[in-house]
Design a binder for this molecule. Structure first.
Ligand SMILES: C[S@@+](CC[C@H](N)C(=O)[O-])C[C@H]1O[C@@H](n2cnc3c(N)ncnc32)[C@H](O)[C@@H]1O
Length: 416
């Protein structure tokens, strides 16, 4: 629960936003010429405010929106030089001391003046603070980097591994216009590699671990939990004692959670060979081994299991339309009339219909998918088109987002 002071602070902030917005709108409504109070595409690219209009000038923050790359940079430096670990938990430290500690812990050199430049920039994002001139202390955000390995991995993956890839997306688009291939991306140019992203990640053990942890950090975030997202979000009981094939089901943790709640259902989890380690096999509880089977199957090959339903959780967003269509077509030989295709994945909202934070999060994921695999998140109509283009005998049934879940269910049926 929020403390009284953080609630007071939120109240103060919302009053401040309201006050600054009023200053801007009052000012802009007095201006003549092109519609100064609009930011739509055919209006002004910037706000016509000169530094002489000092009150209004200070209220303007919109132009900082293009500066995200420097946010990435200061965070990358913090992560790469393990600066969060050098700052004491409940005390402050000078730039000179941080510099010395970084060298001691990592063997890398970063000079105090460089630290001052980069950390003071990060502080504008509430990462570290300077309670006294030239003394650095933790904020809640910087502390997470030092104390939470999953958050640390998420930051490392985005700012360390993906930063060069983001910078090369345009080059990839120019080199391979309109590509749907998973190995013609910003990652491929940045790292001079010909492999699809998921294979590339496995080349470096440290990066593979970081990626796994980062995904776990993202996957266990609010709204992505298995319990109320998947288990409570679909009418599994309607499938009676049927079999569900969990395609790209990893080590089966989703099937295990559903099987625990629905004791009549059976699950065949399919994934690539590399996923079926002894550790994965051992992760299925003894009591469920008769109903949850982990198997190897590449979903681009013909589906061998005839079942009542086929579940794809978080699979299609990693594949462009070209390959998603192939996955659905490979399923066809196993399908009997009425078989259900159950997709649990993101659905892009109409612009401006979610809260700012939620919209930004899903738009970011969309950009990440473009960057790493040439795939994308999909709007509801895109999902419908995917079924239609794979085979018109797929009949789209419905789509819904369970309460408290970020992922949707999208359901289709085989209707030959
Ligand atoms: C993002 S994970 C989703 C895992 C799981 N469904 C979940 O909800 O957490 C995508 C999964 O697809 C698997 N996968 C990728 N390519 C595959 C293929 N060609 N055949 C089968 N599984 C594949 C990956 O190994 C991975 O486990």
């Amino acid at each position: 629960m929020s403390s009284p002071s953080s609630i007071q602070r939120m109240g103060q902030l919302s009053a401040l936003v309201s006050e600054k917005t009023q200053i801007l709108t009052d000012f802009l409504s007095t201006k003549e010429g092109p519609n100064a109070s609009s930011l739509s595409s055919d209006e002004l690219a910037g706000l016509p405010i000169s530094p002489d209009d000092s009150k209004t000038f200070k209220a303007r923050k919109l132009e900082s929106a293009g500066l995200g790359s420097t946010d990435q940079l200061s965070l990358q430096v913090i992560w790469e030089f393990r600066i969060a670990e050098t700052v004491p938990a409940n005390d402050s430290i000078t730039y000179d001391e941080i510099s010395a500690k970084v060298q001691e812990c990592t063997g890398k050199v970063i000079l105090p003046f460089q630290l001052r430049t980069l950390l003071r920039h990060a502080m504008t994002n509430r990462v570290f603070c300077e309670p006294q001139k030239n003394r650095v202390a933790h904020t809640q955000m910087s502390r997470l980097l030092a104390t939470n390995p999953k958050s640390n991995a998420w930051v490392g993956f985005l700012t360390g591994d993906l930063f060069p890839a983001f910078a090369n997306v345009v080059a990839a688009m120019e080199t391979w216009p309109g590509s749907q291939e998973p190995n013609e991306t910003g990652v491929n140019i940045a790292y001079n590699e010909n492999l699809p992203f998921y294979d590339f990640v496995q080349l470096d053990k440290e990066r593979a671990v970081r990626y796994s942890r980062a995904i776990e950090s993202h996957g266990s975030s609010e709204g992505a939990e298995i319990s109320h997202g998947v288990v409570d979000g679909y009418p599994w009981a309607d499938l009676g004692d049927g079999t569900v094939v969990d395609m790209g089901g990893n080590f089966g943790y989703v099937s295990v959670a559903i099987a625990e709640a629905f004791p009549k259902l059976k699950f065949v989890v399919q994934d690539l060979k590399g996923m079926m380690s002894a550790e994965a096999l051992a992760s299925v509880p003894q009591s469920l081994r008769g109903r949850v089977e982990l198997t190897i199957h590449d979903f681009f090959g013909v589906q061998p299991v005839v079942a009542k339903a086929y579940l794809f959780r978080h699979v299609f967003h990693s594949f462009s339309d070209k390959y998603s269509t192939k996955i659905l077509q490979s399923l066809v030989p196993a399908l009997k009339r009425g078989a259900k295709i159950i997709i649990n994945d993101a659905v892009l909202p109409e612009p401006g219909t979610l809260s700012y934070i939620n919209e930004r999060s899903i738009r970011t994921l969309d950009v990440v998918m473009l960057t790493v695999t040439n795939s994308r998140e999909r709007e509801l109509d895109d999902w419908k088109d995917l079924f239609l283009n794979a085979d018109p005998r797929y009949k789209f049934l419905r789509a819904w987002r369970p309460t408290k879940s970020q992922l949707w269910f999208i359901e289709a049926e085989w209707d030959p």
